[in-house]
Write a protein that binds this ligand. Structure first.
Ligand code: ADP
Length: 319
């Protein structure tokens, strides 16, 4: 939940309630705000670019606090679907408050942009982290360290009836302690009740669950479990299980559940068993989050308490 402290910290009025329109908002004096970030924020380094947004580090010059400002050009969200997606992202993300979820502080807009103020995650995402590794993969204890946090985040989200629907390495942000925080709720869905099924086709090709592609019976929380399995495989093996050079073939492989464990990478039998158990076509036969935690992979090895500091300093080069 967005605290009243965080809202008043910005001192900027923002759309209330249902977010039905994202239109120019007026400040407290009733005049329309001039273009750009309010003067008290100093724009810092560029953090990254996504499909819609550009993200910068910004500092509140009064409190000295640092935030990540996700800036979306309104010109890029003129289509009703894109507009609805942005509204939904704000509405779902602002309702969340958990240590393993990127914190949402506030949002506001001017005539040209929507600004989403987020907790800054200074060590990029697990995608960049893995790419910097010489073998482009993680050891099993490292994978377990990150997957454990992801499970904690998913337990929170699913208990709040939120399905993320776009879990992938690039949406697992790294904080200053190299712990993950789940971010980017652009494709998330808020269910009204647990039995509800969603039907929109969404996700990222390599990580998308077969029932989303099938589209017949709708989908629910199990799509996040599937993506967790794809993430675990990718961490240990170094590339996603269904990856091919074209999306159509990737989708076909997902539908027929065609993937293998290459002989060239060492992987424990427990990890193989867990991945095979998660990547089941029938969503009802996938394990729950608690069953994953109780799996022999988690139970036979000791969970590493924290990523050694040397991992972050050696692997994340300053920009
Ligand atoms: P989009 O919704 O357009 O896909 P993203 O949410 O993926 O945008 O953000 C784009 C990029 O900005 C990310 O890939 C990442 O590099 C950076 N970014 C986003 N949020 C944060 C954050 N909270 N802290 C640090 N960097 C971030």
């Amino acid at each position: 939940m967005v605290s009243s402290r965080s809202t008043s910290r910005f001192g900027i009025s923002h759309s209330s309630g249902d977010l039905h329109t994202l239109e120019i908002i007026e400040d407290k004096s009733g005049t329309r705000r001039r273009h750009g970030l309010p003067a008290r924020y100093q724009k810092g380094r560029f953090l990254g670019k996504g499909g819609f947004a550009k993200c910068y580090e910004v500092q509140d010059m009064d409190s000295k606090e640092i935030f990540a400002a996700k800036i979306v050009s309104k010109a890029s969200v003129t289509k009703p679907r894109a507009h609805a997606k942005l509204r939904s992202e704000i509405s779902i993300h602002r309702s969340l408050d958990h240590d393993k979820v990127v914190k949402f502080y506030d949002y506001f807009e001017d005539s040209e942009h929507v600004y989403i103020m987020l907790e800054v995650c200074p060590n990029q995402t697990l995608n960049e982290f893995m790419r910097r590794r010489p073998a482009k993969r993680l050891s099993e204890p490292e994978a377990m360290f990150f997957i454990y946090d992801l499970i904690v985040a998913l337990k929170y989200l699913h208990a709040r009836r939120v399905i993320h629907r776009d879990l992938k390495l690039g949406n697992l942000f790294l904080d200053e302690d190299m712990r993950i925080k789940v971010g980017d709720f652009g494709l998330a869905a808020q269910l009204e009740h647990d039995g509800e099924k969603k039907r929109t086709i969404c996700g990222t090709p390599n990580y998308i669950a077969p029932e989303i592609l099938e589209g017949k019976h709708g989908h629910s929380y199990e799509v996040d479990i599937w993506s967790l399995g794809v993430i675990l495989y990718t961490m240990i093996i170094g590339r996603p299980p269904f990856e091919t050079s074209d999306v159509k073939t990737t989708y076909k492989r997902i539908r027929i559940n065609q993937y293998t464990f290459p002989d060239t990478v060492r992987i424990s039998q427990q990890a193989k068993d867990l991945i095979s158990c998660i990547l089941r076509t029938d969503p009802r036969s996938r394990p729950s989050l608690d069953e994953i935690l109780a799996s022999s992979w988690f139970q036979t090895s000791k969970l590493p308490p924290a990523m050694p500091v040397t991992v972050s300093s050696a692997s994340v080069s300053p920009r």
